[in-house]
Design a protein around this ligand. Sequence first.
Ligand SMILES: [Zn+2]
Length: 142
Amino acid sequence: MDVEAYGALLPEITESNRPFWDGCARGELRLQVCDACGSHRFPDGPVCPRCLSGAFTWKATSGTGRLWSWTTIHQRYLAAFADETPYLVAFVQLDEGPFVVSGLVGEPGELRLDQPVRAVFEPGAHGRTVLKFAVAPVAVRR
Ligand SMILES: [Zn+2]
């Protein structure tokens, strides 16, 4: 991986998103929760997209969700991922409601729609711990 190129792709840490990134560094998926209506939101924002309240609290979530869709990237679109192809990108609905697009750890052959996934956190040489998802362990029947 081209560490410098990858680091340049990461969002700037701001006062608004710092709790999310601090959570990642601690192995927690933190989201803003509206104090007025209780809905979770991602990405962070100044007001609730559901009720427009500006009052919110950052909270750690379950880190679990369901696989809505995924794709395998074979093309080397970005220098940062040139050594990573092929890799998986997932569209996940968290159990708390919001959708998140992120990297997916797993093998394409083991994926199915609505499959449970869980957040995993990968520390990188670029100095950030990045949220990804992994297929939740499935009990094997013998
Ligand atoms: Zn709200």
